[in-house]
Design a protein around this ligand. Structure first.
Ligand SMILES: C[S@@+](CC[C@H](N)C(=O)[O-])C[C@H]1O[C@@H](n2cnc3c(N)ncnc32)[C@H](O)[C@@H]1O
Length: 307
């Protein structure tokens, strides 16, 4: 979330502007009926800040039968919720951690918070039987010195670590190309010390390029949406909390569903809008990033549509 949320007058959305769990479940079920949807991810913002998010997971799991439900979280509240999330049908968590150094991590999260609560969150998730992955966004000159310590630590822990190239999502992070540590650079840094073997993608549209440490089962992933874009195989759709469907992480506009849901549209009407939105999508922001075509200045913030 942007740091302005700590201002007294920050304009948070009102409760009735957010989709209810029933509305989200209906929309996702209809999406499931007209596409080959197989995976769901609950993200944010911080998904564990939404009251009783476990009951949403339960409804989604019951309504669709989808078993691959994941969550991306900062991990802080996992010790309180991991068991109920698992019981509700959550399969996996991805916890964000950009450094093992307390001071650097405090600077990155902007609140001076150290790594202990995040590691405790991961441990709680693992104890509850959830699969744990870790996301590290690598920013040159900010936390690139943490690549090796993170790789070593999580190889021992047995959690898959995914390195993410620093992306120009939204407009507020002051992104510069020179701050991007590319997939090649990340790979070389690790491979020099801990040799890696490339793995075949496990499914079409997998966003991370996967590697195993030679002679071991532990693996890492590198997500290269800047240096090696994968728009052509992207199969993701993002639903914002206000009911807008976005077909690209870098979108500046999406397709609105809340008014259909609230104006008693039939399932058939909603399904046709889903089909139309999905089939007409032609986003390829990352492929066009550096070309003149790319003039988008009002990209939606990641805190709004999730990572
Ligand atoms: C936006 S967060 C939201 C979920 C949750 N609050 C969390 O902290 O994991 C989702 C993921 O996006 C990643 N992310 C945020 N900004 C990014 C950027 N500029 N480039 C690449 N990844 C980014 C985060 O590190 C995180 O793993």
């Amino acid at each position: 979330m942007p740091s302005e949320i700590f201002d007294e007058n920050y304009p948070f959305l009102k409760k009735d502007e957010l989709l209810s769990f029933e509305e989200i479940t209906r929309l996702v079920s209809l999406f499931y009926q007209v596409t080959s949807l197989q995976k769901l991810r609950i993200t944010g913002g911080e998904p564990l800040m939404r009251k009783d998010v476990a009951s949403l997971i339960h409804s989604l799991s019951q309504a669709t039968g989808i078993s691959d439900i994941a969550m991306t979280t900062n991990g802080f509240l996992l010790p309180y919720h991991a068991k109920s999330l698992k019981k509700a049908g959550l399969k996996r968590v991805t916890v964000s951690l950009d450094s093992l150094d307390n001071e650097r991590f405090g600077r990155i999260n902007g609140r001076g918070i150290g790594i202990d609560p995040v590691l405790k969150g991961m441990a709680a998730a693992s104890e509850a039987g959830l699969e744990v992955k870790v996301n590290m966004v690598v920013q040159k000159g900010v936390n690139d010195q943490d690549i090796l310590p993170m790789a070593q630590y999580f190889r021992e822990k047995g959690y898959t670590l995914r390195f993410i190239e620093y992306m120009d999502v939204g407009t507020s992070n002051g992104w510069k190309m020179k701050e991007v540590m590319t997939k090649k650079e990340i790979f070389e840094k690790i491979n020099e010390v801990m040799p890696l073997e490339a793995q075949e993608p496990s499914y079409l549209g997998e966003v991370a390029t996967r590697y195993k440490y030679k002679g071991q089962d532990a693996e890492i992933g590198i997500i290269s949406s800047v240096s090696d874009a994968f728009c052509g195989s992207c199969t993701r759709a993002r639903l914002s909390v206000e009911g807008t469907l976005y077909t690209c992480l870098f979108a500046s506009k999406g397709t609105e569903f809340k008014s259909l849901l609230r104006n008693h549209a039939t399932d058939e009407v909603i399904k046709s809008r889903i089909i139309e939105t999905w089939h007409l999508r032609d986003d390829q922001y990352s492929v066009e990033r550096m070309s003149k075509k790319n003039h988008t200045t009002n990209k939606i913030e990641m805190s709004h549509i999730g990572g």
